[in-house]
Ligand binder design. Structure first.
Ligand code: SAM
Length: 611
C-alpha cells in the first residue's frame, strides 16, 4: 500500500515516539530521498541521530533543517541545545539567538539564549556573546542572573577595564575620558547596570570606578560622564550600597540632574526628587538611557513599592516574638531583590512530578491545582510556580509587607492573573485559607521558632492527594556561615546595616584558607539584604538528614525525592548507590552528604506527600 507523505511522516513520528529509532530513522531517510527540502523530516532525523550518538550525522541534519527552512525556530533551538551539549558554545548561542530573533525576543526564546550563555560560562563568545547578553539583560521575564560568568568574562577582557580587575587600583589609571568611554560602551553599561558583580574583584572594580568618578572634574552638560556615573550608581543600587561609603563626599554643582546622579553614587533615598527630575528633564533624558533608568529605579519604582507596602501593612501579621523579629528583618531588608523570572518549561502538576520523580506513583494529582506558597518573600519562587504550572491558581503568603509589595510589583509587570499575595503568619494561618493540591515552603521553616510545628500547621491545608515541596538549610553545607558568625562575633539579632557593611569588609580581608572565606563567593554576599539573609539572620536553624527523616515520620509523610537544579548531584548519588537509582533512601543520602558536605549548599529541596 502506498502511503501519502503526510501518512509516512505520521508513521515515522509514531515510531520515534515509541522508541523504535532504527525504523523511524530509515523511514525519515526514505522520505527525504524524495522530499529533500522537508525541514521537519531533517529535524526529526537530527533528534534521532543525536539520541543514538551519531553526532556528525545529527549535526548535518540540524544544519539541513534550518537551511531548508530558515524560519524553523524549533530546529534552531534544538540545534542550540545540541551544540551546547558538545561545548560548541559560540555556535550554540548563535542558534538560540537566531530563534529568539525570529520570535521577536519572546521570554521563552530569550531564556534559552540566557541558558546557552550560562553553559558557555567563560568560553570566549566574541560579538555574538555581547548581542546575546544585550537581549537578556534587564528583563523581568528572563532570569538573566545565570549569565553572570559570561558577563564577567566580557568585563575582565575589556581593554580599558581589565586594569582594574584586580585587588587594588593600578598605579596608572586610564584617563577619565577613556574610562567613561569604557563604562558607557553598550555591553559594559548593560552588564554593570543590571547584574550584581558577585566577586571580590568585581567589588573592588566598582569601588574604584565610583571613587574615580566622584573625584573627576565634570565639564557642564557632559552627557557621557553623566551616563557613566549613572551606570555605576545602578550597580551600587543593585548591591543596596553594601560597600563602605566613599572617603570624600561629592561637591555639588549647579545642575540638578548631575547632583542627583552624583548623590546616587553615595546613596540617597529621595524617590520624589528622582520622580520630579524624570519629568523636568524628560527631553535631555531621551539621550541618556542609563540616567533615566537610574531615576526610574530610585524614583517611581520605589514609590510604587511604598504604595503597595501600605496596602499590605494593615494589621500586624506576626503571631509570636520570633515571627516578629523575622518580620522586622524582612520589612527593613526584603529578600531576594531579584530582577527576572524564568519563563518556559510549562507543565501540568502531574507531568512536573512525573518528570522530577519518574519512578514515583503519586495518587491522582490535580490537573488544575490549587497551590499555596508559604513564605513567598519577594515572589520570585511563587511567580515562577504560577508561570510553570499549567492551570494553577496560586495563593502566596508572607509575614513581610515590604516583601509582598516587591512581589506584587513584579506580578503587575509580568501581568500574571493566576496568583495573589496575602499577609499571614504560618504559626496562625487564616481559617478560610482552604485546602491545596500543592504546598511549597522553601527557605522559610528554618526561620521559625518551631519549624516542625510550622510544617505540621501547613499540612492541615494539604489535600490527602496533594504533594508538598520543602527546602531547608543543611547543617553540613553551611559550615562557612557558622565560621563567619564565630569569627565576627556579631549578634545577628541586633546587627545594624552599617555593622553588616563593616562585617563584609572583614570577611573580604580574611586569608583565602580561612574557613569563613567561602561565604565571599556567593551572590548573596554582594547585596545588603542578601548578606543579611545569608549570614546575619535573626532566626536560623539548620537541619540534618536525620532530622528531616524524623519529621517525615512524625508527620506521616512519604519522601518522594530531592529536586536538584544540577543533575550532576543526582549522579553523585547514583554512583555511590546504584541499587537505588531514583534516590529514595534518606539513610543513603546521609552517607553521600557525609562524603560531600557541600552537596546541599542550595538547601535540602525535596518533595513529600501524605502517607
Ligand atoms: C529567605 S526568604 C525566602 C523567600 C522565598 N520563599 C524564596 O525562596 O525566595 C524567607 C521568607 O519567609 C518569610 N517567613 C518567615 N517566617 C514566616 C512565618 N512564620 N510566616 C510567614 N512567612 C514567614 C519571611 O518573611 C521571608 O520573606
Amino acid at each position: 500500500m502506498n502511503l501519502s507523505l503526510e501518512q509516512e511522516m505520521g508513521l515515522a513520528a509514531r515510531l520515534q515516539r515509541d522508541g523504535n529509532l532504527p525504523a523511524a530513522e530509515s523511514l525519515y531517510r526514505k522520505i527525504l530521498k524524495s522530499n529533500p527540502k522537508l525541514s521537519t523530516a531533517h529535524y526529526n532525523l537530527a533528534l534521532i541521530l543525536k539520541n543514538v550518538g551519531k553526532t556528525a550525522a545529527a549535526d548535518k541534519s540540524f544544519k539541513l533543517a534550518v537551511k531548508t527552512n530558515p524560519a524553523y525556530t524549533l530546529a534552531w533551538q534544538g540545534y542550540a541545545r545540541f551544540l551546547s551539549d558538545r561545548e560548541r558554545h559560540r555556535d550554540a548561542v548563535r542558534s538560540a539567538l537566531q530563534a529568539a530573533k525570529l520570535l521577536d525576543g519572546s521570554a521563552e526564546a530569550s531564556q534559552l539564549v540566557a541558558d546557552m550563555l550560562q553553559t558557555a560560562g567563560e568560553a570566549p563568545l566574541g560579538k555574538i556573546g555581547e548581542e546575546a547578553l544585550l537581549l537578556t539583560l534587564g528583563r523581568s521575564d528572563v532570569d538573566g542572573d545565570i549569565t553572570i560568568r559570561a558577563a564577567l568574562q566580557i568585563l575582565r577582557t575589556d581593554p580599558v577595564l581589565k586594569v582594574f580587575w584586580a585587588d587594588q587600583t593600578p598605579s596608572q589609571s586610564p584617563s577619565p575620558p577613556k574610562l567613561i568611554e569604557a563604562i558607557t560602551a553598550p555591553i559594559n553599561a548593560a552588564i554593570i547596570a543590571n547584574l550584581i558583580l558577585p566577586t571580590a574583584e568585581g567589588e573592588s572594580l566598582i569601588r574604584t570606578l565610583r571613587d574615580l568618578l566622584l573625584a573627576a572634574e565634570t565639564a557642564p552638560n557632559q552627557a557621557n560622564q553623566l551616563e557613566a556615573m549613572a551606570v555605576v550608581a545602578l550597580q551600587l543600587e543593585l548591591r543596596e550600597y553594601c560597600l563602605p561609603r566613599p572617603e570624600s563626599i561629592a561637591e555639588f554643582r549647579a545642575d540638578p540632574l548631575e547632583d542627583a546622579v552624583r548623590s546616587a553614587l553615595i546613596e540617597m533615598d529621595a524617590p520624589a526628587l528622582y520622580e520630579d527630575l524624570l519629568e523636568a528633564e524628560a527631553e535631555r533624558l531621551e539621550a541618556l538611557p542609563f540616567t533615566r533608568l537610574l531615576l526610574t529605579r530610585l524614583g517611581p519604582a520605589r514609590q510604587k513599592i511604598a504604595t503597595l507596602k501600605a496596602r499590605f501593612s494593615a494589621g500586624d501579621a506576626a503571631q509570636d516574638t520570633v515571627s516578629k523579629a523575622v518580620q522586622d528583618q524582612y520589612e527593613e531588608s526584603p529578600y531576594p531583590r531579584w530582577q527576572g523570572v524564568r519563563h518556559g518549561d510549562r507543565k501540568s502538576l502531574p507531568a512536573l512530578v512525573q518528570s522530577l520523580f519518574p519512578r514515583v506513583t503519586v495518587k491522582r494529582l490535580a490537573e488544575e491545582p490549587k497551590v499555596l506558597v508559604a513564605g513567598s518573600g519577594t515572589g520570585r519562587h511563587a511567580l515562577r510556580t504560577a508561570l510553570r504550572l499549567e492551570n494553577a491558581e496560586v495563593t502566596a503568603l508572607d509575614l513581610s509587607a515590604a516583601s509582598l509589595a516587591y512581589a506584587e510589583m513584579k506580578r503587575e509587570i509580568l501581568d500574571l492573573q493566576n496568583i495573589h499575595f496575602q499577609r499571614a503568619d504560618i504559626t496562625r494561618l487564616p481559617e478560610d485559607l482552604g485546602k491545596f493540591d500543592l504546598i511549597e515552603c522553601c527557605g522559610v521553616l528554618h526561620h521559625m521558632a518551631d519549624p516542625e510545628g510550622g510544617w505540621s500547621a501547613l499540612l492541615t491545608h494539604l489535600k490527602p492527594d496533594g504533594v508538598m515541596k520543602v527546602a531547608l538549610y543543611s547543617e553540613a553545607a553551611r559550615q562557612d556561615v557558622v565560621a563567619a558568625r564565630e569569627t565576627l562575633q556579631l549578634d545577628p539579632k541586633n546587627a545594624t546595616l552599617d555593622e553588616i557593611r563593616e562585617a563584609r569588609e572583614k570577611l573580604l580581608d580574611l586569608p583565602n584558607d580561612h574557613p569563613a572565606k567561602p561565604v565571599t563567593k556567593e551572590l548573596d554576599f554582594y547585596s545588603l539584604s542578601g548578606c543579611r539573609d545569608f549570614l546575619f539572620h535573626r532566626q536560623e536553624q539548620r537541619f540534618t538528614i536525620g532530622r528531616i527523616a524524623k519529621a517525615l515520620e512524625d508527620l506521616k509523610l512519604e519522601f518522594l525525592g530531592f529536586e536538584f537544579v544540577d543533575p550532576g548531584l543526582m549522579e553523585t548519588y547514583q554512583l555511590a548507590f546504584p541499587s537505588d537509582p531514583f534516590g529514595r533512601r534518606l539513610e543513603n543520602w546521609e552517607k553521600v552528604e557525609e562524603m560531600n558536605p557541600s552537596l546541599f549548599r542550595g538547601m535540602y529541596q525535596f518533595w513529600c506527600s501524605p502517607l
